[in-house]
Structures are given as C-alpha cells and as structure tokens.
Design a binder for this molecule. Structure first.
Ligand code: CA
Length: 227
C-alpha cells in the first residue's frame, strides 16, 4: 500500500515516514500543501495522512482540491488542537477520519489500516479469500491452518490483491505500490514475486489463488469470505 504524508513539522513527518515504512507501506512525504497536491495527483496513492495546519495551501484546501480532482483515496487528518470545528470542517471537506495531536503512532496506523480495509469493502482486519487468511494487524498469512512465510514484498503484493479481491490489478499498479519514486522499476520483478506467491500459497496447485489476465494484470480469484 502506498501512503502520502503531508506534514510541515519535519520531525513528525520523518517519524511517520519511518514508522509507516516499517509497517509495510511505501511512503511519499510532502512538507506543504503544494507538494501534497502534486504527489496526490501524480502518484498512485492508496491513503493520505494530511495535517490541517500547513503553510501555503491549508490542509482543508488540499483535501477540497483532491476531492474536486475526483481523488477518492481515504484521507486521515491530523489536527493540532482538540477543536471540534477543525474536525467537522475536515470531514466536510472530504476527510474520512481524524487523529488529534499529540498521538500515538499505533492509533494513526490502526485508523489508516481501517480506512484501507473499508475502502476495499472489508469490515474485519482479517481478510479471508477461500482458505487464504491474511491478518493486516499481525501481517501474517495462512492457508487453512498452515502458516505461510512471506517476504515483505510478497506480503505487500498479496495484501494489495486481497484488499481488492475480485478486481483486476495491473502489473504497473502493483509495481508502483511496491517502490517509492526513488527506486528503479522493473515489472519482471512482479512476475517473479507472483510466481513465488503461487508456490507458497498453493504448493500442490489445487487452489489457483491468483489468476493472470494476459495483458491486463492479476486477480485474486478466491471468493471473499465475510463474517
Ligand atoms: Ca502543522
């Protein structure tokens, strides 16, 4: 998953960057509303964390402009004061949730993960497709009772496919969600990772969890189990 952090306080911005990256996110950061707008329009961002008190374009204005540009990504706002007007205005501008500063990183992470799940149509932090179970909190994967050990990149791909189970996800989209803009992109890597995921999830070739749609991308082909 790719997250955008728009925060003018350098220490807080770097803390969010580091901790989100450690939690498995690809992270873009912006120090003001202008940079945030650029990143929000140019990069395939899955979730944005936006401080309301920004220099230049305010956080509220940034949210309004992103929504006016038809960006539907979930947005979590950071508000400095425990001020109900800020929260109401932020939600009215198009934010989905808020956290009041000072906060514990775990709260930000839990809210971001919940927003992403809901955006993918999932209610629970445990995503189940057929017998494949992915726990977004523990970042663990199992097939039935069998735990499956995945690398960070393999996990990121599977999480993205499962959050949007049933949809076709292009190779380009998966590539962009694996690396931030500084990395060299190589779409052959995705094919290799998908191959490894298939072998790890389905060593006996019984499940066929990931479908290849030639020229279009990949789809998590197992049915979503809800409840
Ligand atoms: Ca600020």
């Amino acid at each position: 998953m790719r997250a955008l952090v728009v925060e003018d306080e350098a220490i807080l911005r770097e803390t969010l960057r580091t901790r989100l990256a450690a939690a498995g996110f690809t992270v873009d950061v912006a120090a003001d509303g202008q940079e945030g707008m650029f990143a929000g329009l140019e990069y395939p961002i899955d979730v944005a964390i936006i401080d309301l008190g920004l220099p230049g374009i305010s956080g509220l204005e940034l949210i309004r402009r992103l929504r006016a540009a038809r960006k539907k990504l979930p947005i979590l706002i950071l508000t400095a004061r425990d001020n109900w007007q800020d929260k109401v205005e932020g939600l009215q501008a198009g934010a989905d949730d808020y956290v009041t500063k000072p906060f514990h990183f775990e709260e930000v992470l839990a809210r971001v993960q919940a927003l992403l799940r809901r955006a993918g149509g999932w209610a629970s932090p445990q995503l189940r497709c057929g017998s494949v179970v992915l726990d977004t909190r523990a970042q663990t994967v199992a097939v039935g009772e069998r735990p499956v050990e995945l690398t960070t990149f393999e996990y990121r791909i599977l999480e993205h496919l499962m959050l949007r189970a049933g949809e076709v996800i292009s190779k380009a989209e998966l590539t962009e969600r694996l690396y931030d803009q500084d990395f060299e992109r190589d779409s052959n890597v995705i094919e290799v990772l998908i191959g490894r995921l298939r072998r790890k999830l389905d060593p006996d070739e019984q499940l066929h969890p990931i479908e290849t749609l030639r020229g279009r991308g990949y789809r998590l082909a197992l049915p979503r189990e809800t409840g």
